[in-house]
Design a protein around this ligand. Structure first.
Ligand SMILES: Cc1cc2nc3c(=O)[nH]c(=O)nc-3n(C[C@H](O)[C@H](O)[C@H](O)COP(=O)(O)O)c2cc1C
Length: 170
């Protein structure tokens, strides 16, 4: 058994939370994991907002369509990318995933809530006073898990191939 891959495989999006607060050292460690994610040409074109203020959590939740549960979260990390950097979207998605795994390692549940391509992205940026050179890529709602769903996943054979697509496997 590999502890790291077991953690990754057992992650599921958590949208129901118990009332709790996240210790500041945990938030700092999680953001630090985002900071150390890979980026194209190492440009690190991001800004991470750690939102714990209940009024702002409700404000973000109300702006979203499928993220209303952010209102019940202890923390919401807003990931912004600097517009104009060619790979800011990919870079910020890499950071988002690193922080989700870090949160799981600290025992917290989280859910990636869409930001990029959403009509509310600009309103979230304005709510958090973020400069216009940045664009919202993702929101990560965080809390102590109250309920963990178990969505169906594709089998590995359905979504992978070895060497060249269509070759018969031995
Ligand atoms: C780019 C992206 C956007 C997502 N947006 C939302 C969202 O707005 N609301 C939500 O409840 N879940 C959202 N999710 C979470 C997915 O619904 C979830 O990952 C998927 O159903 C698989 O479940 P799992 O994370 O438990 O494996 C998003 C995930 C990704 C990667």
């Amino acid at each position: 058994m590999n502890v790291g891959t077991t953690m990754i495989k057992s992650r599921r999006s958590v949208r129901k939370y118990r009332t709790t607060t996240i210790p500041p050292h945990v938030i700092a460690d999680v953001l630090d994991c985002g900071r150390l994610a890979p980026t194209a040409m190492n440009v690190q074109p991001w800004l991470f907002g750690a939102v714990t203020d209940p009024g702002l959590l409700h404000g973000i939740a109300d702006l979203t369509d499928h993220g209303r549960f952010i209102a019940d979260a202890a923390l919401c990390i807003a990931v912004f990318g600097r517009i104009g950097e060619t790979y800011y979207l990919e870079d910020c998605c890499a950071a988002t995933m690193s922080m989700i795994i870090a949160l799981q390692n600290h025992g917290y549940g989280s859910c990636w809530v869409a930001g990029d391509k959403k009509p509310y992205a600009e309103a979230v940026r304005e709510l958090l006073n973020v400069p216009a050179e940045y664009s919202l890529v993702s929101l990560i709602s965080v809390g102590a898990p109250a309920e963990i769903a178990s969505p169906q996943k594709k089998r590995l054979e359905e979504c992978s191939f070895k060497d060249q697509y269509g070759e018969t496997k031995e």
